[in-house]
Design a protein around this ligand. Structure first.
Ligand code: AMP
Length: 420
């Protein structure tokens, strides 16, 4: 232990568990990579205003949870609390939308920061893999993204998750609905904070988790009944495409999500084994965001899946990923001469693609064999002076205990063959 600990609300990823996180990121990215999404990376911090304008002043994310800082040069920056605003900013800055190929499809993977009250599944530093499809209004694009997320979860073996689906309407129908909802909400018995929310973001009140609030919401006007014809038709098509793809969903007319930029399609994936922090991923359409941050009209849709919670979901379902052994071969030299020869062989094996490790630090045979077993390697390569004199190394199968002498120049091909 050093004097220091990981800051509150954060945790370190260390081997062997860190391999699970890497595998989860890769599993989420795989369906995107084969669907035309290109990789994008943006800075860990941005101008505060990108988020206050993009995500919305009235959201918890911006008003309570952002890590902001003033640089020595006087810039107001924020550690990124989410990915969409940054990715759209970067796409606009690079003029990707002008290259003539819309939608611009991008995926990303990285760290995000929110000053939240830490608890199981809720951290101040967490990890997401996300995807954005920028510059097209097409229900098939919404469906594509949802299908790719479902396929990612399924490829990990997850099954105890549900897809909640809603439409938030657009600039045609939402304003009138918003007013109708405000009229209803103003008549309720609500605390100061919630009353303020009625004025800035009334839809969020529908999402209030408190029972006392939920009880009063019975009979509230529902957006479903206020959607314009275009939004209705759009949503019906998304639903039909999902059904045709064999994707189950639950219509959840109260699903609003915590970010202001959503229009039309919104969705969330919830997992049954995670307790109160059950959202493993979510997203939706954000047709107005580009204009909100000073860009042209670019209707877009995207999602972000939480890596931390996906790992928790795997644990909850008792799923062990089939990860390749970090080390396949472990080399154990006996004596100085053998050290040099075996170290050379180790390099050759690695270059041939065999994951190989070496007994460093001049360990004795007993200790070195213990390390070989701990490494998870299937084979040990052992060589002493007599072996060197005969031009061989001993190849030991650590599962069966069987040992055979193999000529130096046949070691690589022998191990490649045994790997199958
Ligand atoms: P959001 O943008 O808030 O919908 O977040 C998308 C996903 O990121 C969520 O469904 C979670 O899986 C994950 N996520 C968001 N906030 C946190 C957090 N504080 N700790 C861990 N995961 C989070």
């Amino acid at each position: 232990m050093s004097t220091f600990k990981a800051p509150k609300g954060t945790y370190d990823l260390t081997p062997p568990d860190s391999a699970i996180y890497l595998a989860v990121r890769e599993a989420i990215a795989a369906p995107l990579k084969r669907s035309g999404y290109g990789y994008i990376e943006t800075p860990g911090f941005e101008q505060v205003e990108l988020f206050s304008r993009g995500v919305g002043e009235s959201t918890d994310i911006v008003s309570k949870e952002m890590y902001t800082l003033t640089t020595r040069g006087g810039d107001e920056l924020a550690l990124r609390p989410e990915g969409t605003a940054s990715v759209l900013r970067a796409a606009l800055e690079a003029n990707l939308h002008k290259a003539g190929n819309l939608p611009v499809k991008l995926w990303y993977s990285g760290s995000y920061y929110r000053y939240e009250r830490p608890q199981a599944g809720r951290y101040r530093h967490f990890s997401q893999v996300g995807a954005e499809a920028i510059g097209a209004e097409d229900p098939a694009l919404d469906a594509e993204l949802i299908i790719l997320a479902v396929d990612a979860y399924k490829s990990l073996g997850l099954s105890d998750f549900r897809l909640l689906l809603n439409s938030l309407g657009d600039k045609e129908c939402r304003p009138a609905y918003r007013e109708a909802l405000q009229g209803f909400l103003r008549g309720l018995d609500l605390d100061e904070d919630t009353r303020r929310r009625i004025e800035i973001n009334p839809l969020r009140v529908l999402d209030d988790k408190r029972e006392a609030v939920q009880k009063q919401l019975v009979g509230a006007p529902m957006l479903r009944d206020h959607l314009c014809e275009a939004c209705k038709a759009y949503h019906e098509e998304v639903r039909a495409l999902l059904t045709a793809a064999g994707v189950d969903f639950v219509d959840d007319e109260k699903l609003v999500r915590g970010l202001d930029y959503y229009t039309r399609t919104t969705f969330e994936f919830v997992h049954g084994g995670l307790g109160s922090q059950s959202a493993v991923g979510g997203g939706g359409r954000y047709d107005g965001l580009s204009e909100m941050i000073g860009g042209p009209a670019l209707p877009s849709v995207g999602w972000a899946l939480g890596v931390d919670r996906t790992v928790l979901a795997l644990k909850a379902e008792g799923i062990e990923l089939d990860l390749p052994a970090a080390t396949q071969v472990y080399a154990v030299p006996l004596g100085e001469e053998a050290r040099k020869t075996l170290f050379g062989l180790v390099t050759e094996l690695r270059r041939a693609g065999v994951a190989t490790d070496f007994a460093f630090g001049g360990k004795g045979l007993k200790n070195a064999m213990k390390s070989a077993n701990r490494s998870g390697a299937r084979f040990a390569l052992v060589a002493g002076e007599r072996d060197l004199a005969e031009g061989v190394v001993q190849l030991k199968d650590l599962e069966s205990g069987e040992q055979t002498a193999v000529a130096f120049d046949a070691v690589v091909s022998e191990l490649l063959a045994r790997q199958g």
